[in-house]
Design a protein around this ligand. Structure first.
Ligand code: ITT
Length: 201
């Protein structure tokens, strides 16, 4: 068992978001050894100055690879709402001016108050970087924004998003249920497929 652990591929997940770590560990299981930013000695904030999820995802992964010299991946995700011109999008983390999820959700619901079109997508862009390689994997899930903020809290915009064909919000689902259909799990499963083919890691 211990020997198996030594030969497992070690990959850093460049994120400070505990919810993302829990979801991704639940999908990856024991397929790879996931190192945290703390494990690789990184305690600073990751740079995120791009204008798109693709740019920010690549920026975070490249920052860790260049400074800590370990194969790594980063996740940049956002909620894109059709009748708000795809906002909050890349500004999802601090849409209301703070990083407070309740404030962000309330801002979205206020902006949608007079809108009948409540279609939205959650999108995740994963960037994997290692020596001489950089690849991106995208996951998208369609859904709708509900009318009122429920009492039950959850990760980011999960309390107000119902995936297409489902009757529960992401916040009302268990982590296993969310991972069966989520934007993040679609992107991470593409990453796993890619890593399984990489003999050099
Ligand atoms: P890292 O950059 O350290 O990974 P972050 O929270 O800053 O963490 P993002 O820049 O990707 O991550 O911000 C996206 C925001 O969108 C995040 O803070 C949440 O508010 C929201 N979000 C992302 N994925 C989500 C999900 O699966 N469910 C609900 N909200 C999500």
């Amino acid at each position: 068992m211990q020997l198996y652990f030594i030969f497992m591929k070690k990959i850093c997940f460049a994120t400070n978001n505990e919810h993302k770590i829990q979801e991704v560990k639940n999908i990856i299981g024991n397929a790879f050894q996931i190192l945290s930013l703390k494990d690789v000695g990184c305690s600073e904030d990751l740079p995120e100055t791009g204008n798109t999820l693709e740019q920010n995802s690549a920026q975070k992964a490249n920052y860790i690879f260049k400074n800590y010299h370990i194969a790594c991946f980063a996740d940049d995700s956002g909620l894109e709402i059709e009748s708000l011109n795809n906002k909050p999008g890349v500004d999802s983390a601090h849409y209301a001016g703070t990083r407070n999820a309740t404030d962000n959700n309330n801002k979205v619901l206020a902006e949608l108050a007079d809108k009948t079109n409540r279609n939205a997508v959650f999108k995740t862009v994963i960037t994997f970087v290692s020596l001489n390689s950089e690849s991106q994997f995208t996951g998208i899930v369609k859904g709708e924004i509900i009318n009122q903020l429920p009492e039950k809290e959850g990760f980011g915009y999960d309390p107000i998003f119902i995936p297409l064909g489902e009757s529960k919000t992401f916040a009302e689902m268990s982590i296993v249920e969310k991972n069966k259909i989520s934007h993040r799990s679609i992107a991470i499963n593409k990453l796993i497929e890619y890593l399984n083919l990489r003999e050099d890691l």
